[in-house]
Design a protein around this ligand. Sequence first.
Ligand code: FAD
Length: 446
Amino acid sequence: MTAPALTGTAIDERYLRDWSGLVGGAPAELHRPLDTQAVAAIVRRCAAEGRRITVQGGMTGLAGGAVPDAGDVVINLERMNTIEEVDALEGVMRVQAGATLQAVQEAAMAAGWQFAVDLGARGSCQVGGNASTNAGGTRVLRYGTMRDAVLGVEAVLADGTVVNSLSRLVKNSSGLDPRFLFIGSEGTLGIITRLVLRLHPPTGQPAAAWVALDRFEALPLLLRALRRRLGHTLQAFEFMSGRFVALAASLTGQAAPLGSAARWHVLVEAAGAPGTSMDEALQEVLAEAMEAGGVVDAAFAASEAHRAAFWRLRESIPEVIGHLKPMAPLDVSIPWSQTEPWMNEVEAALQRALPQAEHLFLGHLGDNNVHLISGPVDAQGLHQVDEIAYAALRGRGGSISAEHGIGRMKKPWLGTTRTPEELALMRRLKQAMDPQGLLNPGRIID
Ligand code: FAD
């Protein structure tokens, strides 16, 4: 179904920027189609006229991928937000790509299941955007990323062809799997229009603890002990520097559960089957870790309100980003053994180069993901942060993006952690699927 395009001053400012801080040019047209056929019709016209397309989800991305160039045709998926079907027997859901993550989570819950991917921007980001960036979030340790959550994809190719690969099968070894062309390719190979999602059984009430540590090396040891003792019930291991905790607490007026004096803090969460409690097991592991050294204190969530307060503090990212802007939001992946040497090298170099800025480390350490927020910094400072952090990543077996994607911001750095052969393969795929280079040009790779 086609709806009229917005043009000129009718295009609201919010379609020009995402959370990276990058501001785009004025698009020639902004479309908010209602269904796949309407998306295909717009793309077919763009292909015939050689018009460049910017694809937009909820605009919560941190890599500038959804930010348009002047003159672009923008296709924003926000009206394609229908939850089409929930199979409450098998735990499978089919949705339009513009449904917000939160709407998907709520629909799953209403059917007696859960959609396990979760992240702070849940109320605004869309599952299509989540899939296109291979979003991770806070429960990757247990449930994996969007690559693990998507069973089937429908996408519109650069020539307007609709590829329906809406399989709902967990096992399907019948040749190449089109899903993986679109998950993580950030709208450069196709526009995701519908998704089949895998749901998980609900868990019991999670046990949560806020833990303070005085040295980084104790973090991976604690994580290993938790994994061995709690198995798959361990679902979050979110680490934060004391400096992040102090700033988040002061900006939001929340109390830090254990103050902010300790160098490192972790929010740990485990959940067993409904009706079971993981409190005792969690307390036992933490008591042992305190005896072993490194862990200096722990606070247990005594109620659901208490647990929610822990998460509110951890998820104070919008306030911290807002306070430090313009800022560089980095999200690298790095093996545990390399994490501390990388952070030490980067922190020392950043303090020398940009002493007036804050440099805050935090992340989902359980899945190798470390975030760095540096700001406020000017354009040259942004470049320096990238240069310092990515140079230190070389030879450490890491990735310049764990979950936010490459978009526009990280494109110049992709070769830091991808081989020339990997880059050449990406280029060949892009050339084969979008020979005119019309879909999200200027993102990931030329
Ligand atoms: P957008 O920002 O609109 O777009 C992102 C990219 O995907 C762009 O390149 C765009 O062109 C493309 N795209 C969007 N929709 C489609 C589609 N239907 N088909 C093809 N391409 C499309 N990310 C994490 O992974 N983990 C986190 O824990 C996390 N926490 C966050 C917390 C906050 C407070 C904020 C602001 C962001 C966070 N993010 C996190 C980043 C962001 O929310 C995710 O990257 C999210 O997946 C982006 O979804 P979106 O719908 O907003 O996409």
